[in-house]
Unconditional design. Structure first.
Length: 251
């Protein structure tokens, strides 16, 4: 009598492939990535055109839109729809229960989801960032090394902000809550209500602006290396919190 065949174990690459497929076939994430890409391109064209803006009555010389770090950085919040969907999408309709039944090894599930998200984010970042930065960098005559450094900084910011958003969305089990927090923080900082520059400079958005060379305020500026380290720490904390929640809380 033949014994029933056992199902093949789910491999890490299968989890990664499933996560990649989920993200690249989602109209929601694709639309928001294209929104971020188009916004970056539009801002880049305006910056490269030489159009100047006057923001103060006593201002003598106009400034380019590229001088406004938060404006140039704003499209990232549309881009972050991709990582937050990757983390929180399965909590709608209790789909996470089916996922855990299919992949009971939660450590493997976390590793596969994170790797799949990062794989898609890397490609999406190249699409959303590189063309826009080249439109700005080539007329600025930065040279090859200068342009590559600029692109690397922007790519690092998009990747690290994606990791932060992914971890936060998984922890909160909500895409809307995660995006809401990430958008609300710079809005609150921008109002000037909180006068704690030593603390505010360590928030993800302010560290990102410092890494890009356009700090929100002089008092919140960080050296690029410190800004990068700050974002890495935030990403590590958010991913760790999500992992602990997935291992011990979700059922």
């Amino acid at each position: 009598m033949m014994s029933a065949a056992r199902p093949l174990p789910i491999r890490l690459r299968d989890i990664v492939a499933g996560e990649v497929t989920k993200l690249v076939t989602s109209p929601y994430t694709l639309i928001m990535v294209m929104v971020a890409t188009c916004a970056n391109l539009a801002l880049a064209v305006v910056a490269a055109s030489g159009v100047g803006f006057y923001t103060q009555p006593d201002q003598i010389e106009p400034v380019s839109v590229s001088s406004f770090g938060m404006v140039m950085f704003a499209p990232v919040y549309a881009f972050l729809a991709l990582p937050v969907y990757a983390a929180a999408g399965e909590y709608r309709g209790e789909q996470i229960r089916m996922t855990l039944l299919a992949v009971p090894n939660r450590r493997a599930l976390m590793a596969g989801k994170t790797a799949g998200m990062l794989a898609v984010v890397v490609v999406a970042t190249a699409i959303a960032v590189i063309p826009a930065r080249l439109i700005i960098d080539i007329p600025a005559d930065l040279g090859v090394s200068g342009a590559l450094l600029d692109i690397a900084r922007w790519a690092a910011v998009y990747l690290l902000m994606s990791a932060i958003a992914f971890g936060l969305a998984g922890l909160l089990r909500s895409a809307i809550a995660a995006i809401g927090i990430l958008i609300a923080v710079p809005v609150v900082v921008g109002t000037g209500i909180l006068q704690w520059p030593q603390v505010l400079r360590l928030l993800p958005d302010q560290a990102a602006l410092s890494l890009l060379g356009t700090p929100g305020y002089d008092v919140t500026a960080l050296p690029p290396a410190v800004a990068a380290a700050t974002l890495v720490i935030w990403a590590g904390l958010c991913l760790t919190a999500y992992a602990l929640a997935l291992w011990r809380r979700d059922t």
